[in-house]
Design a protein around this ligand. Structure first.
Ligand SMILES: [Zn+2]
Length: 165
């Protein structure tokens, strides 16, 4: 696996069976990690109907991790009824750190990114214009342009903690 792409489901706080088709791992509001239907390895070679289609134009070799939240999100001021919870966010960051160790994926902007960042880098794909993740409710002061960087710094912190650095 060459990278991790981080999403929100734009749904409620728990994964639906439908959501589980699209992501390898889903983190609920309490920080519990749910497995999707497909394994990360199913995305090494994307065969129609047999992989997690989480990132249009970028699924091959990509692990898809999604936070179950953000239905009804319109803006930072109108966040809907399911804002990402602090516990959920931290659990997702720690889980991504574990994946980074398990799959030997370094932490940089080309290997761990949000779906939003992938879309910015690949405007020719259907990922262009995706808004996950432009706003982090528990850290509402983080600017849209910094959300990915903030996420990577969090994952790095958890990784070093897990490795006892
Ligand atoms: Zn997404």
């Amino acid at each position: 696996m060459k990278r991790i792409i981080i999403h929100w489901t734009a749904g409620g706080y728990y994964p639906s069976d439908f959501d589980k088709k699209f992501y390898h791992f889903l983190i609920d509001k309490d920080g519990i990690v749910h497995n999707g239907i497909f394994k990360p390895e199913n995305n090494l070679r994307c065969v129609s109907g047999h992989y997690a289609a989480h990132t249009g134009g970028g699924n091959t070799g990509s692990i898809g991790v999604s936070l179950c939240a953000m239905a009804g999100f319109k803006s930072a001021k109108d966040c809907g009824k399911y804002p990402i919870t602090p516990k959920q966010f931290e659990a997702a960051m720690e889980f991504c750190a574990k994946l980074s160790i398990q799959y030997d994926i370094p932490i940089n902007q080309n290997t761990i990114m949000t779906h939003y960042e992938f879309g910015l880098k690949h405007p020719e794909t259907s990922s262009a214009g995706k808004i996950d993740i432009i706003f982090i409710p528990p850290y509402s002061w983080v600017e849209k342009a910094d959300a990915g960087k903030f996420i990577r710094s969090k994952i790095k912190w958890y990784k070093e903690k897990l490795q006892g650095v």
